[in-house]
Write a protein that binds this ligand. Structure first.
Ligand code: ATP
Length: 320
């Protein structure tokens, strides 16, 4: 197999403690390979280490251990070459706010050694609906427009690897749609994309692979579809007409319990590949045969969000 576009091995980051605060081990022995051209979603709760991981690859955070290789180069040795091929859309703007939109995009392009290319810059600005604002000072822009500028700045030097840190947190629907259009376009151009998101449905829709990180450790990395198949579950709730005091032996199985004082029969099980639905059909038929009536069945397949929450919650605490 071709060498991954990004190869992270044994990455460690411990932030030193300040005053009475102890040091924080933000990344613990992180191994991660990113394939060329994929969209990889990194999911994790607040403080999991997502921004630290991105920061380490983008040179904003100095790792305390491990190695990072990108494009076949060692980041520690060929820092400039590697960084010139990486784009980063950070969570917040940390730029000269008196600059104009166009100047700041041109600056970003020049920063990574790309020759001036007004046509390309115009294309980027137009694709993000920023062309009309090109002469506006950044400080005059709305929050949403600032986010668009951050994306434009990250794209200005045509990176091969793009990081988006919480790209759609707090943005309006229109910007979110534009953002995903952009990401689709970039994917078609062969750009590799790594994003962190709290909107798990977006990862579900867009990502090829998903990694779950919690407390500085990677818990799981898998193809999204495979993950949803192997960890997905079917959930069903039967709203009973008359309460049951116990589960009849004929339908007894793992994942079945009563709730609402016996008024709801709940099932959770299956394999995310249809097995759960068969069980639900079987339960429904048996209830009918036993003359146990119900007014409704509420059935749903678990989402990536459920899988993520379960993974993070089920993880045993690591002894300090
Ligand atoms: N500069 C810093 N100094 C000390 N501790 C830090 C620093 N930056 C982050 N941390 C700590 O490192 C841990 C990981 O933080 P990080 O920002 O990487 O998490 P995250 O997954 O990006 O969280 P969020 O989803 O809230 O952005 C947290 O415990 C955080 O408090």
């Amino acid at each position: 197999m071709a060498e991954p576009i990004l190869q992270i091995t044994g990455l460690e980051k411990t932030y030193p403690g300040r005053g009475a605060a102890p040091p924080t081990r933000a990344l613990e022995n992180v191994d991660l390979d990113i394939r060329k051209g994929e969209i990889f979603a990194l999911l994790g709760p607040n403080g999991a280490g997502k921004t630290t991981l991105i920061g380490a690859v983008c040179g904003l955070v100095r790792p305390t251990g491990g190695t990072i290789r990108a494009f076949g180069l060692d980041l520690a040795k060929d820092w400039r070459k590697v960084r010139s091929r990486i784009g980063l859309v950070p969570q917040e703007m940390a730029v000269d706010i008196f600059d104009t939109v166009e100047r700041s995009i041109n600056y970003s392009r020049g920063l990574f050694g790309r020759p001036a290319d007004p046509a390309r810059v115009e294309q980027i600005l137009r694709s993000l609906s920023l062309w009309d604002k090109r002469d506006a000072e950044l400080r005059m822009l709305s929050g949403g427009m600032k986010r668009r500028v951050l994306i434009a700045k990250a794209l200005a030097h045509d990176p091969d690897l793009l990081f988006l840190d919480e790209p759609t947190a707090g943005v309006d629907v229109e910007l979110r749609r534009d953002m995903w259009k952009q990401i689709d376009l970039l994917r078609d151009q062969g750009v590799t994309i790594i994003l962190t998101t709290h909107y798990i449905e977006e990862a579900e829709e867009m990502a090829d692979r998903v990694g779950v990180i919690d407390k500085g450790r990677i818990l799981l990395v898998d193809d999204k579809d495979a993950m949803m198949k192997s960890l997905g579950r079917t959930e069903a709730q039967f709203a009973l007409d008359v309460p049951l005091h116990s589960i009849p032996a004929d339908i007894a199985r793992d994942g079945l319990h009563l709730a609402d004082n016996g008024m709801t029969l709940c099932f959770r099980g299956g394999d995310g590949a249809g097995g759960g639905r068969e069980s639900v059909a079987d339960i429904a038929q048996t209830l009918a045969r036993l003359g146990i009536r119900y007014s409704a069945i509420d059935i749903r397949e678990s989402s990536l969000e459920d899988i993520f929450v379960n993974l993070v919650n089920e993880r045993p605490e690591i002894a300090a």
